[in-house]
Design a binder for this molecule. Structure first.
Ligand SMILES: Cc1cc2nc3c(=O)[nH]c(=O)nc-3n(C[C@H](O)[C@H](O)[C@H](O)COP(=O)(O)OP(=O)(O)OC[C@H]3O[C@@H](n4cnc5c(N)ncnc54)[C@H](O)[C@@H]3O)c2cc1C
Length: 243
């Protein structure tokens, strides 16, 4: 019997095959990709994806991993189609099951959470910034459900909320997990504010770890509110998606 080859380093580009595609919201699709590093992914990490045109032109972007290791040999990405977006447009309109995509990873050592980091855990996401937080929620549910956790999730509308059914089911069924959904463009429209942060902290206690992810303006606003609420800067980790 021959030994399996050693895993490639994260810096090596490799081909990953798309094994499933599913719509998540009107603008976001989920992609399952078969990769050799699926079992070693830490919640919060991302991959780099590289597209190459026939003339050799290349575009490279980062995408967070939504899945926690589950023995399937695959990772899940959730990609939002941005108007005129070069790479997200490819995923929205062209990418299909069976396609080989060039990627490398898993990447990221600071914006990661595991049960060894403990809790309480406060997650703050805006729009597609929920994706790496989803990996943390999925991991927590599987291996450390006793760790108290709150998620503040800001989205334009409920229809645009990623994995809303999963999040609401977790809030209903998982003791110790609470969801605060803020819709900025419907109902009692509300952006993240001091009250939202105070409400999450009231149910949680002093968080050992806080992860904030979303667009540049969202992360800036949320970080300011968290600091104003008295959370030590060293406990706050941020990931900016751009925009
Ligand atoms: C660590 C990391 C993880 C990420 N994970 C995810 C993920 O899980 N899912 C996901 O959908 N995206 C994610 N992103 C964003 C992603 O890398 C791309 O920036 C995004 O898909 C846009 O690329 P594009 O080629 O489609 O758009 P481009 O052609 O680069 O830009 C199109 C237009 O969109 C604007 N724009 C670019 N990025 C954003 C943004 N994030 N928000 C609003 N406007 C923007 C540009 O200014 C430009 O006007 C992540 C980014 C980082 C750094």
């Amino acid at each position: 019997m021959t030994e399996p080859p050693p895993p490639l380093p994260w810096t090596a580009w490799r081909e990953a095959t798309i094994t499933a595609v599913a719509p998540i919201t009107p603008r976001v699709k989920s992609f399952r990709l078969a990769v050799d590093f699926a079992d070693s992914v830490r919640a919060g990490q991302h991959v780099d994806v590289r597209l190459t045109a026939e003339d050799g032109y290349q575009a490279q972007r980062s995408y967070s991993i939504a899945s926690a290791p589950d023995g399937s040999g695959t990772i899940e990405l959730m990609i939002e189609a941005l108007p005129g977006g070069e790479v997200s447009g490819f995923f929205a309109e062209v990418a299909a099951v069976g396609d080989a995509i060039e990627l490398r990873g898993p990447i990221g050592g600071a914006f990661v959470w595991g049960p060894e980091d403990g809790g309480p855990l406060l997650l703050v996401g805006g729009g597609s910034g929920i994706v790496p937080l989803l990996a943390m929620l999925r991991l927590r549910a599987r291996v450390a459900p006793e760790i108290p956790c709150r998620l503040i999730y800001a989205v334009r509308t409920r229809a645009e909320a990623i994995a809303l059914a999963e999040l609401e089911a977790r809030a209903r069924d998982e003791p110790g997990f609470g969801l605060s959904l803020l819709t900025t463009r419907e109902g009692a429209a509300r952006r993240i504010d001091a009250d939202a942060v105070a409400g999450a902290l009231a149910g949680l206690g002093d968080p050992a770890r806080v992860f904030v992810c979303g667009s540049n303006p969202f992360v800036a606003a949320a970080s300011e509110l968290l600091l104003a609420a008295g959370i030590a800067p060293a406990r706050i980790r941020t990931e900016r998606f751009g925009g």
